[in-house]
Write a protein that binds this ligand. Structure first.
Ligand code: COA
Length: 260
């Protein structure tokens, strides 16, 4: 598939999706959200893709937010639709993918940009990165899951402060808050993401999907994460990956997982 606003590159089991609107600091317009949906869907359905990395092009921004020029004159119902469609198409979609997603935050991750990074399964950042949810400075609130995922990651008090002040935090503070797992230089950001992806790739794709489902369940309304863990744990015993993983251990060799 060819895209206007994103670049997609696959090699060695890793698909890297790069948001590519540097002149607008990679702001997410509706077209880009649709393209990202398609690219994530295609990568998730591709059995050769074992890990997805999402990043931004250029040295300044991961994503500087939703494209403000698109929604400045929206009505109440249009605003609601913007949030619900965006959540379904991209943010919830990414959070629930069966393929692991790493966000490599290479600069500003603001508003929808930070919300996209928080939808990924975990995040790393370059030392020039700045993160925040500045929506209240525009008279609106985060609408792509930010009011839910930020407190889940950093705690309620810190999320309240970040959202109410509309301020930006540095990569180091984001690490201290556990919003990102690692901070490195801009040059080392993608190599680090690929190194982490390399470690993930060695393991059973089927078991990783089960782990994503079980971890996510603890954050879903009306779901009991412990019950989901029991179901997913049981499911693993019916997979070829489990047979291969245990057999390989007993035979003192490296497993070759099929993901089935
Ligand atoms: N939506 C639409 N366009 C955006 C954008 C956004 N969220 N963020 C940046 N841009 C555009 C700017 O309008 C500008 O376009 P132009 O050159 O056609 O005028 C271009 O990207 C460069 O941004 P600029 O503001 O000139 O860069 P800067 O280095 O001075 O400031 C930021 C960088 C990130 C501090 C600033 O762009 C900003 O505050 N952006 C909005 C952040 C935000 O509120 N996001 C939440 C949206 S809900």
């Amino acid at each position: 598939m060819s895209y206007e606003n994103i670049l997609v590159n696959s090699s060695n089991g890793i698909t890297t999706i790069t948001i590519n609107r540097p002149s607008k600091l990679n702001a997410l317009n509706q077209e880009t959200i649709k393209e990202l949906h398609d690219a994530f869907k295609e990568a998730d359905e591709d059995s050769d893709t074992l890990v997805i990395i999402i990043t931004g092009s250029g040295e300044k921004a991961f994503v500087a937010g939703a494209d403000i020029s698109e929604f400045a004159d929206y009505s109440v119902s249009q605003g609601e639709r913007l949030a619900s469609q965006g959540q379904a198409l991209l943010f919830d979609f990414v959070a629930h993918l069966s393929t692991p997603v790493i966000a490599a935050i290479n600069g500003f991750a603001l508003g929808g940009g930070l919300e996209l990074a928080m939808s990924a399964h975990f995040r790393i950042a370059s030392d020039n990165a700045k993160m925040g949810l500045p929506e209240v400075s525009l008279g609106v609130i985060p609408g792509y899951g930010g009011t839910q995922r930020l407190p889940q990651l950093v705690g309620k008090g810190r999320a309240m402060e970040m959202i109410m002040t509309a301020g930006m935090i540095t990569a180091e503070t984001a690490k201290e808050y556990a919003l990102v797992n690692h901070v490195t230089t801009l040059e080392e950001l993608l190599p680090l993401a690929e190194k982490l992806a390399g470690k993930i790739k060695r393991n059973s794709p089927a078991a990783i999907t089960s782990a994503i489902n079980a971890i996510n369940a603890g954050f879903e309304d009306g779901e009991n994460g412990f019950d989901t863990e029991i179901t997913e744990f049981g499911k693993c015993f019916g997979t070829a990956d489990f047979k291969e993983g245990t057999q390989a251990f007993l035979e003192k060799r490296k497993p070759e997982f099929s993901g089935k």
